[in-house]
Structure formats: structure tokens, C-alpha cells
Write a protein that binds this ligand. Structure first.
Ligand code: CUA
Length: 366
């Protein structure tokens, strides 16, 4: 066998001449690439526009913080394993690389060592066991959390391509902006969410607050968030759900408790009826707008599109596709497809005058 190998090697010298330098550089790059990727991921939020970047690396609420701590621990353990394995690999490649004059010699052949084999079986078992324990503890912590009496309950329903938000206990229906109270030293006020879908699978993801949870048709998923810092937290649908998946943005508005209560009281009011926009109101109710939209306290009780009762209290239109400004609203009503191609709101073929009237009416819905 040995003589055969040697015979083959000498018969075909090109195969045994390995371009050592090039192979070493290849291995080094391959082993270092994951480190570069990780460094790039961490640095990004530091240099990015802090106001706009929603980074996994600086969560501002539970359970996102707990998940981040767990992932850093897992990353540290895996990083240590990577460094040891890659270090040994690089050492072996460099120390035992092919050298001139080596052709005829065979390296020492070592078979079976009980100690080494026991070590590399038991050590990984222990590491995996630790990983399983810490991961299941975090999962259990998050999934078994019970709603305290102070909790807010909301139902989030995914639609192509917007979010319906209901607070059954408060009698509020809104869209695309989830308002929640902040927890502080004065009390824990988590928000418990029921996630449903009206059509296809969506995924609720607000990176600074929590991990992703899917919204699945004919199924109800649960999650909770407990932010402590008031502010606006952007999120997006994280499960491809059709043409406008990318413009299915959600904003979580975290408010101090008294401000949240004020918002609740405002939202509980029926729609304002102002005489100033009577023509627009007539146009709105004479068209099929009413088949899809609800305006509480009026005959408009459609459920297919977003509730418009307090449309003007929201910052964005069309699930974040345009700012809630009169100009965008005008363009949206004139032809929604120019803002959000494929969206399910039809062009109602209104005249310019009618569009202006409807915009004037919608602006009274504060
Ligand atoms: Cu909804 Cu993607």
C-alpha cells in the first residue's frame, strides 16, 4: 500500500506540489470571514443614523433585552469554540505544511486514543447541555409570563398590507399604530398581544421591543412587550405576504401612563361631526368607501379596510407608505396605486373637486 502511494506520487509530481501560500490564505479568509461579519453587524448601529436605525443590538424593552443577553452568551460560547477550532486548524496547516524534500516521507500514523476521544465527546455534550438549559429557561420565561391586572390587551390582525389593531376591553379600533403605556418604577404595564391574520401569513416584528411572532390565518399567536422608554418604535411585517410586504410598517407608540390614558379617552370618542365638511361627507357616504371603512357613529361600518374614526390622530397613511399630510391623502384617494402598487384600495374615479371634498371631510376625523 505504502509503496503504491509512493509510486503514484512520484509518477505524478504535479499533484503533490501544493501551492501552500495560496491555500493558507484561502483557509485564513474562510476562518476569519465570520468574525468580520459579526464586527460589521455590531459597528453598523454605532455609525448609522441613530434615529432611524432599529438595531437588534440595543433593545429597549422586554423581552428583547432578555433575548439579546441570551444570544450574546450563545455567541460567546460559539465564538470561543470557533477560536479554538480555527486556531488548531491554522496551527496544523502552518506547522505541518508541505515542505521541500517531504515527498518520500510519511507522517507518523496515530490511531485511537481513549482520552482524546472521550474528551471530544463529553466536552461538546456538556456545552450543548448548557446551551439547551439557558435557551429553554429564556423561552419558558417569555412564554409563561402571565398578564398582571395592570396589563393592556390588544389584538393585532394582519391584512394585506396593513395592521388592524383592536383593544377589546377599551372599545378602540385603530390601524398601523399600536399605542402602549410605558412601565416605570411606579408599576409594570406590559401589553399582551393576540396576533391573528385576515388573509395570509404575516409576522409582527418591532426589533427594539421583541422578537418576531407570526400572524397565521385561522390561528392565534400570543406575545407581550414591556417597554420602559417612551418613544416611537418602528417595525415591519417580517414574513413575505405579497406585493406590498415591504410597505407593511407598524409603529409602536410607547407613552407615559397618563398620556396613554388621554389617547384612550380620545380614541373612545365617536367621530367628530363638523358642518364645515358636509359636502365631502356626502361624497364619502355616497360612494363605496363605506363598504370597506368604519367611521364610528356613522353608517360607515365596513371592516375590510382600516377604521377611519380617528384617521388624523395617526402619523402615516397606508401602513407607513406616505406621511399623513393633506397632499398625500389627496394623492392616495385620487389613485392609491400611485403610492402603493397592488394595494387593495381601488381608485374610486372621483373628480378633482370630489377628492378635495373628501380630503376636507377626512381631515375632520381627529
Ligand atoms: Cu405582511 Cu409581509
Amino acid at each position: 500500500m505504502h509503496s503504491l502511494c509512493r509510486a503514484n506520487r512520484t509518477a505524478n509530481p504535479e499533484q503533490t506540489v501544493v501551492p501552500t501560500g495560496r491555500r493558507f490564505r484561502g483557509w485564513a479568509l474562510l476562518t476569519l470571514a465570520p468574525s468580520f461579519l459579526f464586527i460589521a453587524g455590531s459597528v453598523h448601529p454605532v455609525f448609522g443614523d441613530q434615529a432611524r436605525v432599529t438595531s437588534l443590538f440595543r433593545p429597549l424593552a422586554q423581552p428583547a433585552q432578555e433575548i439579546k443577553e441570551l444570544s450574546l452568551l450563545v455567541l460567546a460560547i460559539c465564538g470561543a469554540i470557533f477560536v479554538v477550532v480555527a486556531g488548531l486548524l491554522v496551527y496544523a496547516i502552518v506547522r505541518f505544511r508541505h515542505r521541500a524534500g517531504d515527498e518520500a516521507s510519511e507522517p507518523p500514523q496515530v490511531y485511537g486514543s481513549n482520552q482524546i476521544e472521550l474528551a471530544w465527546t463529553i466536552l461538546p455534550l456538556l456545552i450543548v447541555f448548557v446551551l439547551i438549559l439557558v435557551t429553554s429557561r429564556t423561552i419558558a420565561d417569555i412564554q409563561n409570563r402571565k398578564a398582571p391586572p395592570s396589563a393592556v390587551h390588544a389584538t393585532v390582525i394582519g391584512h394585506q398590507w396593513w395592521w388592524e389593531i383592536r383593544y377589546p376591553e377599551l372599545g378602540i379600533v385603530t390601524a398601523n399604530e399600536l399605542h402602549v403605556p410605558a412601565s416605570d418604577a411606579g408599576g409594570s404595564r406590559p401589553t399582551f398581544l393576540k396576533l391573528q391574520s385576515a388573509d395570509v401569513a404575516h409576522s409582527f416584528w418591532v426589533p427594539l421591543l421583541a422578537g418576531k411572532t407570526d400572524l397565521i390565518p385561522n390561528r392565534e399567536n400570543l406575545m407581550w412587550i414591556e417597554p420602559t422608554k417612551p418613544g416611537v418604535y418602528p417595525g415591519n411585517c417580517a414574513e413575505y405576504c405579497g406585493t406590498q410586504h415591504a410597505r407593511m410598517l407598524i409603529r409602536v407608540v410607547v407613552q407615559p401612563p397618563d398620556e396613554f390614558q388621554r389617547w384612550v379617552r380620545d380614541q373612545q370618542q365617536s367621530a367628530a361631526i363638523e358642518t364645515s365638511a358636509a359636502e365631502g361627507r356626502k361624497t364619502f357616504f355616497a360612494n363605496s368607501c363605506v363598504n370597506c371603512h368604519t367611521i364610528s357613529g356613522t353608517p360607515a361600518q365596513g371592516k375590510f379596510g382600516p377604521d377611519l374614526t380617528h384617521l388624523m390622530s395617526r402619523t402615516m397613511l397606508a401602513a407607513g407608505a406616505a406621511p399623513n399630510k393633506p397632499d398625500s391623502l389627496r394623492q392616495w384617494i385620487r389613485d392609491p396605486q400611485t403610492i402603493k402598487v397592488g394595494c387593495l384600495m381601488p381608485n374610486m374615479q372621483l373628480t378633482d373637486a370630489e377628492v378635495d371634498q373628501v380630503v376636507a371631510y377626512l381631515q375632520t376625523l381627529k
